[in-house]
Design a protein around this ligand. Structure first.
Ligand code: ATP
Ligand code: LTN
Length: 332
């Protein structure tokens, strides 16, 4: 039987954090043996918010290196830049013509981002979900591992795929979201009502960066906001502790009841030390491997080039099929 295809992506804006890792990359690595996996650096999506050009280019390379450092095998999986495969933008244009303004108007991420960037509410920000749908449908992906915040985008992608298939006959695989149980929504350490976010961080202590040194990881977790009960118990009215329990479970694969039992007789101090240590131990090998990989420029260059070629080949197949269906002229 042929393996199902998985597609996911991350924007190269800012520095990747623990939420990106536990919500996405860690799951990606666990899927690479069972599926054909395609993991993209969605640099075109990053242009929806003003970027510094040199920084964006460097961030994209850093993120690709980090994918590999976090355990994504660059031969087994396709890891590549979205902008190296023109098919994404071409398919996005076509799909724009099969997407309604009303659907896009309902997207909560658009509403949030446009209120945050009131001076630059561009058309790209509005049609962002269509480019994301094109990313996924271009590769006929069946499964899309993402954090909880992307659910709505996955739904619109499915709606577009079904609409297109209804008009033209079976063209696209209709994808499912794959959202891990623990780690799907990691919250800010200082404001645990808000998601941990690189684009919306207040202070450095809000988030743990994937490349933070162990000392910094442990110290940020020690400073995390909690409550005065001093009882390690998962409850919505205790968002700080609930977040730390969630992080602990995502890293150790333990369940919430197991964790509550384990720390039944400890206060927050001991619990925070345990969380800090397990996160630091999880991230340290990633950080070391990243340091090694950044020294090997030729290897990273070859991954970028070879994987773009592999992705282009797959993308071309879907684009040909779509062009034919919608009535664009065929190649002579
Ligand atoms: P941010 O809001 O942090 O700037 P983002 O959500 O705009 O990031 P990406 O960097 O593209 O965008 O996110 C990459 C992946 O990380 C997505 O699958 C997303 O769902 C996941 N993710 C982002 N933040 C979190 C979080 N706090 N908890 C769990 N998963 C997250
Ligand atoms: N919108 C996503 C990033 C993203 C993506 C994708 C994720 C762009 N294209 C395709 C999965 C599949 C985000 O901001 N987290």
């Amino acid at each position: 039987m042929t393996k199902q295809t998985i597609f996911s992506g991350m924007q190269p804006s800012g520095k990747p954090h623990l939420g990106n890792y536990l919500g996405a990359i860690k799951n990606w690595a666990s899927l690479q043996d069972e599926y054909n996996c395609i993991y993209c650096i969605v640099d075109l999506h990053s242009l929806t918010v003003r970027q510094n050009s040199a920084e964006l280019r460097q961030n994209a390379r850093n993120l690709l290196t980090l994918y590999i450092a976090a355990g994504l095998d660059a031969e087994k999986n396709i890891v590549y830049y979205q902008s190296h495969v023109p098919g994404h933008a071409q398919l996005a244009w076509i799909l724009n013509c099969y997407t309604y303004m009303g659907e896009l108007n309902r997207m909560t991420q658009f509403k949030e981002k446009s209120s945050k960037h009131a001076e630059n509410i561009n058309a790209g920000l509005f049609t962002y979900p269509v480019l994301m749908a094109a990313d996924i449908l271009l590769y006929q992906a069946g499964l899309v591992p993402v954090g909880d915040d992307q659910k709505q985008h996955l739904e619109i992608c499915r709606d577009i795929a079904v609409r297109f298939n209804n008009i033209y006959g079976d063209t696209f695989t209709v994808p499912e979201a794959y959202i891990g149980k623990a780690g799907a929504r990691i919250m800010s350490l200082q404001e645990p009502e808000k998601k941990m976010s690189k684009s919306d961080a207040g202070t450095e202590n809000d988030l743990i960066y994937l490349l933070d040194e162990p000392k910094a990881v442990i110290s940020k977790i020690k400073k995390a906001v909690t409550d005065s009960e001093n009882q390690v118990r998962f409850a919505p009215e205790k968002p700080g502790i609930a977040n730390l329990i969630n992080i602990y479970c995502a890293v150790t694969k333990k369940t919430v009841p197991e964790t509550e039992k384990e720390f039944e007789n400890s206060g927050y101090g001991a619990f925070k030390t345990a969380v800090g240590e397990c996160v630091a131990a999880e991230l340290e090998p990633v950080r070391r491997r990243y340091e090694e990989l950044t020294k090997d420029k030729a290897y990273i260059d070859s991954v970028i080039k070879n994987n773009a070629a592999r992705a282009n080949e797959l993308a071309e197949r879907t684009l040909k099929k779509v062009s034919k269906k919608v009535g664009l002229p065929l190649e002579i």
